[in-house]
Design a protein around this ligand. Structure first.
Ligand code: ADE
Length: 243
């Protein structure tokens, strides 16, 4: 997968060299390039923002540097996907990450200030798929941190990036539920014992216990996820077993 990131703060992305994504880049599974939006400005001050029409606080990112950047980066055959992190977007989720992981080319447009002139996204939508995504219902100073989070969530789903693909299956959100609790040695630690079923060697009982833990945890911490599953089950057949 090829990923281009456009930002006025390229330094934010230096962390891409470390950890799992760093190795994926070295292994040639992910090809990530970070670009400075100011490289597509033409004035002496390398200006990327201006005051909003209609008044109001803050600054808006000017359209032309973005158009120049996207004209340089988007594939002419329309196969790129433009991802715009914004608190005004669709909530990012594991299913969305799975969808993006099948793309061949992602371009992240990291806006700052009050966002990018709205005409840019309409213009881009005539050239590629455009998706505005929010990390959650809170406001960050810009799209950079959100793009990093999305890239990590998407990148680890690209085949080969995570060494053991089985570890991707039994994770929170993969089946719409939170993950069950995990334990390692020693079996008793500071007076606290591991649930005995996990030491039983009885795989069916362990699976059943883990499923019950997932359901209990999800009901307690994220009841909204259970409602979603019930809704999907109503629409598309059997869903989570009720306990
Ligand atoms: N930019 C600013 N806040 C954001 C958020 N919550 N999600 C995605 N991008 C953002």
């Amino acid at each position: 997968m090829r990923v281009d990131i456009v930002t006025i703060f390229p330094a934010f992305f230096s962390v891409l060299d470390v950890s799992l994504l760093g190795r994926a880049r070295q292994d040639g599974l992910l090809y990530v390039q970070v670009h400075d939006l100011r490289d597509w400005t033409t004035d002496r001050h390398r200006t990327v923002d201006d005051t909003p029409y209609g008044g109001g606080a803050g600054m808006v990112m000017k359209p032309e540097p973005w158009a120049q950047a996207l004209e340089a980066l988007l594939r002419p055959d329309g196969t790129s996907t433009l991802v715009v992190p914004t608190p005004a977007g669709t909530r990012f989720s594991q299913p969305i990450a799975r969808g993006l992981a099948t793309a061949d080319h992602l371009v992240f447009a990291c806006g700052r200030y009050e966002g990018i002139d709205a005409r840019v996204l309409d213009w881009a939508a005539e050239r590629c798929r455009v998706t505005e995504l929010s990390l959650g219902d809170y406001v960050l100073n810009g799209g950079e941190v959100a793009a990093m989070a999305m890239l990590e969530a998407v990148g680890r789903l690209v085949p080969g990036v995570v060494g053991n693909p089985e570890s991707l299956v039994e994770e929170s959100h993969e089946d719409g539920l939170l993950e069950y609790p995990s334990y390692t040695k020693p079996s008793t630690w500071r007076g606290r014992s591991v649930p005995p079923v996990l030491l039983s060697g009885h795989h069916a009982a362990i699976d059943e216990w883990r499923r019950a833990q997932q359901l209990e945890r999800t009901r307690r911490i994220r009841p909204d996820l259970i409602e979603l599953l019930d809704h999907d089950a109503g629409a598309a057949g059997p869903g989570v077993p009720r306990s």
